[in-house]
Design a protein around this ligand. Structure first.
Ligand SMILES: [Ca+2]
Ligand SMILES: [Ca+2]
Length: 285
């Protein structure tokens, strides 16, 4: 790799992105800790928002997210879902499915077998009573409910909703794993890959990060993590957001897409992994 070429190209790209001025970052700051969704490679993709100077960009390469109960006891509505304006067809619906039973962290792993299924179930709810779903007691798919993509005003094509997540009794302390997928009524738009939310019920941040990193390494197995915009290749469009994170050792909650080795920091170890992927350019099949 030629660093000067890379840096020059990346700088050009960054200037171009700022020039485009995708939207005003300050106005949207309240949504930055939401789960970012958008379209890539023909399907819904999940990720996080990254602040880039005056702008905010979705990095759609993240599939493990963290959340903490406690807004009210056993409850949170953060992260919600948000997308850029115009990301989806206005007036279409995006829904979710629960893919399997809830799992509980045993200090080392989220056990696969039925022994890893806790007595607790997790409820997802928004709006009318019909919009309530609870995790199954065995590994089966529970079809969720759908919510509207905006079709009015300055937000046409934006999907922004905050379902409530409630840990049901006995709601013991610990870490819980929820596996979901997102689907759309928009013609030709495919269902997302599975994604995971690790919920903390009074657990330490250290344990929450360790559990999320375990999911990344043992369930997700990302094959091309350096492809931050999820377009199938690692190029300058990925280098820009990587450097933004690298410059500040940042993670972008509720995930950390620029952390490639699972330590919840973006540093030299991740840079080395990025450089190898950048040289290869194309993601593995
Ligand atoms: Ca890319
Ligand atoms: Ca790292």
């Amino acid at each position: 790799m030629n660093p000067s070429r890379r840096n020059r190209n990346a700088a050009t790209c960054l200037v171009a992105m700022i020039g485009v001025g995708m939207f005003n970052g300050a106005a949207r700051a309240q949504h930055l800790i939401d789960l970012a969704i958008g379209q890539s490679q023909g399907r819904i993709a999940t990720g996080v928002f990254q602040v880039q100077g005056e702008n905010v960009a979705p990095l759609l390469s993240q599939r493990v997210f963290i959340a903490e109960f406690g807004t009210f006891p056993n409850f949170t509505s953060t992260p919600g879902f948000d997308s850029l304006v115009g990301a989806f067809q206005g007036g279409s619906q995006i829904g979710f499915d629960i893919r399997r039973a809830l799992r509980k962290w045993d200090g080392v792993s989220f056990p696969e077998g039925t022994g890893g299924i806790p007595p607790e179930r997790l409820q997802i709810k928004l709006g009318p009573a019909a919009n309530t779903r609870v995790t199954p007691t065995t590994d089966e798919l529970v079809t969720g409910f759908s919510l509207a993509v905006s079709n009015s005003g300055n937000s046409v094509g934006e999907f922004h909703h905050h379902p409530g997540f409630t840990l049901l009794e006995p709601a013991a302390d610990g870490l819980y794993l929820l596996e979901l997928q997102l689907w759309s009524t928009q013609a030709g738009l495919g269902t997302s890959a599975p994604y995971w939310m690790v919920f903390s019920q009074n657990a330490s941040e250290e344990d929450l990060h360790a559990a999320a990193s375990w999911v990344r390494a043992n369930i997700w197995h990302p094959v091309c993590p350096a492809d931050l915009n999820n377009d199938g290749m690692v190029d300058d469009a990925d280098f820009v957001p990587f450097v933004v994170a690298y410059n500040y050792l940042l993670c972008d909650p509720p995930g950390c897409p620029t952390d490639f080795n699972g330590d919840w920091m973006t540093d030299d170890a991740d840079f080395s992994i990025f450089a190898v992927a950048y040289d290869a350019l194309l993601c593995p099949e």
